[in-house]
Design a protein around this ligand. Sequence first.
Ligand SMILES: [Zn+2]
Length: 214
Amino acid sequence: MLAEQRRLLCDYGRRAAALGLVVGTAGNLSVRSGDLVAVTPSGVSLERLEPESCPVVDVDGRLVEGDLQPSSETPMHLAVYTATGASAVVHTHSTFGTVVATTMAELPPVHYTALLLGGTVRVAEYATYGTPELAAAVRAALKDRRAALLANHGGVTIGHDLDSAFEATRLLEWLCEVYVRAKGVGEPRVLTEEQLAAVVQRALHPPVFPRRED
Ligand SMILES: [Zn+2]
């Protein structure tokens, strides 16, 4: 069941561990296919994941296949799927994301690529891991965004597939690192609404380079 999705969970789980985005058994990923969700198991280090150890649950959180329990953050993943059109969710405890999530109410856009995540990244109010309260806070923080930070906890990103959700996690961590390092040098300049709108216009109308005729 969901063999391809479970294989992808392992590939990206191992990449997340190799890149240092998670430590120990922290972090969890999931992929949705119709009414079913393949998710990483509870208590297993992402660097040691195997496809057959990844449980499959339905969107109501009932175990459909697998010997291991689904990740304790599965309620958060399911809440995100219910509230968004996402097909994949990645949650990590990456260092700079957690630094920002521990000190700030939001990550302001200091670099134009923040637009790829929807602009300012909100920090969801703190709640105990695995609880419906945390799931609700994350769902609210993700409104019209592809990323959210979880106060004193980590970050979560969504995508139309696991690759896009994973790349959003890497971008979120990079943006947080830039912000934190910039803060060490001076007060980071935040891009204005006008500057961000100009970026959107530029992306909509890329330059066309004429071909040389000779
Ligand atoms: Zn977590």
